[in-house]
Design a protein around this ligand. Structure first.
Ligand code: SAM
Length: 162
């Protein structure tokens, strides 16, 4: 598969998983987390599909489209391993939907970071909340989440906290 095909599939997987997660959490109370603002594409989609939910964005270096930079109250700047522990305590059990896309392009590094992020996200998530992730989130009690048929299991990971 060419890199272009792979990129397109990844974008489609992000959109389809986000749409499925938004539908699955429905009116479940709580905020949303976006881990990794990047260009701001998925954040923009989250804002559009969850207009009534507060969305907190975690990023170590903002380089997004100016239209997609959250206000200061919703932007958590710094390395995720330094910022997420405090956020997990502040929002313990209050996050209805989280998307994590912290990918750097190096698979081993991504997997290592995801393993460190997983227990922190577990603490933050509400019961019934859904996490979608570019990498597997091992070592906790997740159930399978609402996976769209269009998305292969290893392309994007979908979890629900029971
Ligand atoms: C692949 S991009 C996210 C793309 C985004 N989903 C979009 O649609 O534009 C990954 C982002 O995660 C951020 N990131 C990676 N590792 C991080 C870390 N340890 N702490 C905070 N941010 C991190 C990078 O700076 C980068 O902006």
């Amino acid at each position: 598969m060419s890199r272009l095909d792979s990129f397109i599939r990844r974008m489609q997987a992000q959109r389809d998983c986000l749409n499925a997660a938004v539908a699955a959490v429905g009116d479940l109370p709580g905020v949303a987390f976006e881990l990794g603002l990047g260009n701001g594409r998925t954040y923009d989609h989250m804002c559009e599909t969850m207009p009534n939910r507060e969305i907190y964005v975690f990023e170590r270096q903002v380089a997004a489209h100016p239209m997609n930079i959250p206000d200061d109250d919703h932007l958590v700047l710094g390395d995720i391993l330094e910022t997420l522990p405090e956020a997990a305590e502040r929002f313990e059990g209050e996050v209805a939907l989280a998307h994590t896309d912290l990918g750097t392009g190096i698979k081993a590094d991504n997997e290592k970071l995801a393993a460190q992020v997983a227990p922190l996200l577990w603490r933050a998530m509400a019961s019934g909340g859904v996490v979608i992730s570019g990498d597997a989130l091992p070592g906790t009690g997740w159930e399978p989440g609402p996976r769209p048929e269009s998305v292969a299991p290893e392309r994007y990971f979908v979890y629900r906290k029971p």
